[in-house]
Design a binder for this molecule. Sequence first.
Ligand SMILES: Nc1ncnc2c1ncn2[C@@H]1O[C@H](COP(=O)(O)OP(=O)(O)OP(=O)(O)O)[C@@H](O)[C@H]1O
Ligand SMILES: [Mg+2]
Length: 249
Amino acid sequence: MKVIAITGKGGTGKTAVAGMLIRHISKKNKTLLAIDADPDSNLPDVLGVKVEKTIGDMREFMLQQRDKLPPDTNKESLLESKVYEVLCEMPRYDLLVMGRPEGSGCYCFANNLLRGIMDKILKNYDVTIIDTAAGLEHLSRRIIRDVDELLVVTDGSRRGLQTAQRIRELAKSLDLKVKQMHVIANKVTPQNQAQIEEYARELKMDLVGVVPFDEMLAEFDLEGRPLAELPEDSRAIIATAEIAKKMGF
Ligand SMILES: Nc1ncnc2c1ncn2[C@@H]1O[C@H](COP(=O)(O)OP(=O)(O)OP(=O)(O)O)[C@@H](O)[C@H]1O
Ligand SMILES: [Mg+2]
């Protein structure tokens, strides 16, 4: 069981990279769970999967039902069955969408149940890839407690790598027990590649790979086509396949 969370600044390409890594890893004979943890969810679109319901909807359901359930109801089992209802089973991987954040009510009860349920679900898979919203707040909320690897997607600037450095510090201060942290520089051009590699060395960041700016990918996104349909010879697909390999897949 390995849990990889993809994080980084807004718009750096976290979801695109998540989608491409899911595509590669799903071909590797491993049980794979993809989680969209961004409330402004768009991983399903990138993967070309239609999702009707989210974990957030189920949490809402539980809170509405809480006082109406017979007292002997096992609430954890009930919520667990609801979570499985939300799980999209694709031929090569499963997908869970966390959905919108909590409203103003008290969600501790449902969140506490969810933590235990997510711990259990994650154990069923060899690999879990989580696409997150920008920032680390979602990790500090800790519905998913144990992340083994943080994959920080950054743009090709020094500032982008400094953000990655801040994320490393934050992960430490949140005591996230992250075992490894890699950085992926995305949307890199031939002009800035050498510079980025130099910055990464300077800042002692483990740059696991560089994904070029890919016109085809940008065009697909613009047209709302899933990146799952990108051809094998797309530059970003080739680069992310290399990264997946370096990460041991
Ligand atoms: N390698 C690439 N080449 C060209 N365009 C890219 C590449 N990677 C991402 N993009 C484009 O950058 C934009 C942002 O990508 P994406 O949505 O994956 O970023 P994000 O980090 O998930 O954003 P958010 O913080 O909003 O979740 C999209 O328009 C996408 O098409
Ligand atoms: Mg995103």
